[in-house]
Design a protein around this ligand. Structure first.
Ligand code: ADP
Length: 525
């Protein structure tokens, strides 16, 4: 027997319609190139309908930073039943072109800050014929791009009463590519249903804990894991959104936190480490900031402690990957530093498990490491147009490439990416845990651990450190420090000091680049 509820599909237009109807006057503040726009959900919803009425293709792309116009694409394009590929401007140019060509659409939306990048990519683009520049009408630049349309000109004649078509909730909505650290980037194609359920679950009380009193600073790029669901959180929970454009400058982000009464600060730990330094140097506070949302890589414990003790700011710590839309597990910690350090528990809609190398379930005793697998409403089932890539177990779980331990109460402890683990004498050393221990040393600004081959132990850890400006950590005092924190057999065989470490497109340590430094002799153990 079927239930007798209405058939009301989980689609993205319902999210924006909800925002406009219930939180119409709630602000969206957008910092574009030479432009600050203060708008709200009611105005955005009308502009989105105008945009939607002007669209007739099956897929569009964006190469853009976080602005109100980019936000409009998330609803206007997807609401028509078309797909938005949010190309990642931080990928190497050849990979950006690869992702755009692979998806194969004709129209690319860009902004004034990505215009030079689009111009430089032009000769490599095989399908794009038209560029929509998301800029005010009176700020259109001279450009070498062909067939340029101004975004405001495109939407002005559109229909503000455009009626959304009935869509199956399983319709594809958004396409994000992984960063391609191994081979070419692979696409995760998110449905309306997966996207809505992810935002609904991740924004709730055991996740970001959002409500209409919140103001979110949208630091993560909209092109990374669906912008960490922020484009949907705003209208769904009635939170104010502050969109910093390409803004990665710490002082600028700090000004926004204070002047816009930001309550939630999401981002990779690098951003929040920089903010901490900035506050310490300038003696400034963090206004209404109540919680950080840290994801993408393990946040240093010392950072979470300093935010909590010095500024009363909690860290919600989440784990997820491009293939899981955005967050999958979250720590929803209150004031508990130990809990904040874990990757938390699965959000409703996701399940996690660990298995050994033969695929048999590993014990969930909080200690035994295993290969992490996940399944749920918003977990990818296959890569876009890459059916040959093995992805799922026969019983329907997705391998993550991460190594983790899981407590009996289902709390996740992510230990490392499988390929970053150091295998020493048949035991695993977590490069991530060793890096975190090194980071607790006051003279260490950044740390990376690589596995180097060893004739007897198979692999041994090699620690690479960026000292804090003005500090001079030595091999001996780092070793003494580490031996307080990790087992003796974890101590690195050698330590190198460098001026900087390579980072990937989302600010994470780029260990693949670091390994190439090792291979070409730029880095010597
Ligand atoms: P990229 O390959 O660009 O890093 P993703 O953003 O998809 O692409 O990365 C997902 C990976 O990031 C996860 O598989 C995991 O290794 C790592 N990761 C994500 N969140 C965390 C976290 N909270 N703690 C530790 N590692 C994390």
């Amino acid at each position: 027997m079927l239930g007798l509820n209405q058939d009301y599909p989980l689609t993205l237009p319902t999210v924006l319609t909800h925002g406009a109807a219930n939180f119409g006057a709630t602000e969206i503040v957008s910092h574009g190139h030479n432009e600050t726009v203060r708008t709200n959900y009611a105005e955005i919803a009308a502009r989105v309908r105008r945009l939607a009425s002007q669209l007739h293709q099956e897929m569009y792309g964006s190469l853009a930073w976080n602005t109100h116009r980019h936000l409009e694409l998330f609803y206007g394009i997807t609401g028509t039943g078309a797909v938005l590929h949010t190309a990642n401007p931080r990928l190497p140019p050849a990979q950006i072109a690869y992702t755009i060509n692979f998806a194969g659409y004709r129209t690319l939306f860009i902004d004034l800050d990505t215009l030079p990048l689009a111009e430089s990519l032009l000769s490599q683009l095989t399908h794009v014929e038209e560029f929509v520049i998301m800029a005010p009408r009176d700020d259109m630049p001279a450009t070498t791009l062909p067939n340029v349309v101004n975004y405001e000109d495109l939407i002005a004649p559109g229909d503000p009463d455009y009626a959304w078509p009935d869509l199956d909730e399983k319709t594809a909505a958004l396409l994000c590519f992984t960063s391609g650290t191994t081979g070419q980037p692979k696409g995760a194609l998110y449905s309306h249903r997966g996207t809505v359920l992810n935002a609904l679950s991740a924004g709730g009380g055991n996740g970001w804990g959002l409500n209409a009193d919140d103001a979110i600073l949208a630091v993560p790029g909209f092109f990374h894991c669906n912008g960490w669901a922020i484009p949907f959180f705003g209208p769904m929970y009635g939170a104010k959104l502050v969109l910093p454009g390409r803004g990665a400058d710490t002082a600028f982000l700090h000004r926004l936190i204070v002047s816009e009464n930001i309550t939630v600060g999401p981002g990779v730990p690098t951003i929040w480490l920089g903010m901490l330094e900035h506050c310490r140097e300038t003696g400034q506070g963090l206004g209404r900031l109540d919680r950080l949302f840290s994801g993408g890589t393990a946040p240093p414990a010392a950072m979470m402690e300093a935010y909590l003790k010095d500024y009363g700011v909690r860290t919600i710590h989440g784990w997820g990957m491009t293939e899981t839309t955005s967050g999958s597990t979250m720590s929803f910690a209150q004031n508990d530093l130990a809990a904040m350090r874990t990757q938390g528990k699965p959000l409703y809609g996701n399940e996690i498990r660990i298995v050994d190398e033969t695929g048999k379930p590993a014990p969930q005793d909080g200690k035994t490491p295993g290969l992490l697998q996940v399944r749920g409403h918003w977990v990818a089932a296959a890569y876009y147009k890459r059916p040959e890539v093995e992805f799922q177990t026969p019983d329907g779980w997705m391998g993550t490439g991460d190594i983790a331990a899981i407590d009996p109460d289902n709390t996740l402890h992510l230990l490392d990416r499988a390929k970053d683990m150091v295998k020493s004498g048949g035991e695993w050393i977590s490069s991530q845990a060793l890096e975190e221990a090194a980071l607790c040393h006051p003279a260490v600004l950044e740390a990376a651990v690589l596995a180097i081959p060893h004739p007897k132990w198979q692999e041994r850890p090699f620690l690479v450190v960026v000292p804090r400006p003005g500090a001079n950590p030595t091999d001996d005092n780092l070793r003494a420090h580490l031996s307080e924190l990790v087992p003796k057999w974890w101590l690195p065989d050698s330590i190198a000091f460098v001026d900087e470490l390579p980072h990937g497109p989302t600010g994470k340590l780029a260990k693949n680049v670091l390994r190439s430094w090792l291979a070409d002799g730029r880095l010597v153990p």
